[in-house]
Design a protein around this ligand. Structure first.
Ligand code: MG
Length: 222
């Protein structure tokens, strides 16, 4: 018999939904108590009514808890009115395991390079579709992520893979990552733990986040 999980409720633009009963709620309505600065210490991003926002120049934040294989739900909204062009327009990012970026960007009627737009696995794979909502509207990423596995001597046994729905539209279909995210190039995997913090990027734009929850995926017993 499968374990019973009470489903959450769906979000509307006006109101965030709720998490499934077995999820770890990383941001519900209240505070950033589940988070810390990427270099330690309390996060300095501002929390407002039901959401928080990137504080430009204050650096990335990451979860205190570490996660590996997971189902992750993140809601975000880019600034309205929009500012800037290309990559300089509502840029942030969801870094699985602090290393693998799913791009957050204002890609609504705004051009940039294909593997840098919203929903791209940054610098590796463009999204299958651009399902962006206008600036200021709440958008949703639902992510299924399987982290890489390494042998004891550091060889890659299984690359990371990621499936993503953007506002309910499939945009990454079990995409196999080439390695960690960098600005340019595709560096190879380097060994790391099976669980690492989730990280949100400060890319100097005030991008909002709300209703973040995660469910760990446990491999079935053999
Ligand atoms: Mg980014």
């Amino acid at each position: 018999m499968a374990v019973m999980v009470t489903p959450g409720t769906a979000s509307t633009d006006a109101k965030a939904g709720t998490a499934p009963s077995d999820a770890v709620v990383l941001f519900g309505r209240g505070d950033l108590s589940q988070w810390e600065g990427a270099h330690g210490g309390a996060p300095t991003w501002e929390v407002r009514d039901g959401y928080f926002a990137t504080e430009p120049g204050k650096g990335d934040i990451r979860t205190k808890q570490s996660f590996g294989d997971c189902q992750l739900h993140v809601e975000w909204a880019t600034p309205n009115p929009p500012h800037g062009q290309d990559q300089d327009r509502g840029n942030s990012g969801v870094y699985l395991m602090s290393m693998y970026e799913l791009q957050v960007l204002d890609s609504y009627n705004s051009k940039t390079y294909a593997d840098g737009q919203a929903g791209a696995i940054y610098a590796q794979f463009p999204p299958l579709a651009n399902a962006s909502r206008p600036p200021g509207e709440w958008q949703i990423y639902d992510i299924v992520f399987h982290g890489p596995r390494f042998s004891a001597d550091g060889k890659i046994l299984r690359p990371a893979s990621e499936t993503v729905f953007h506002n309910g539209v499939l945009i990454q279909d079990n995409c196999v990552l080439t390695g960690p995210t960098t600005y340019m190039g595709r560096p190879p995997y380097r060994p790391h733990a099976e669980k690492m913090p989730l990280l949100l990027q400060d890319h100097d734009h005030p991008v909002r986040f709300r209703n973040i929850w995660i469910r760990e995926i446990h491999e079935p017993a053999p």
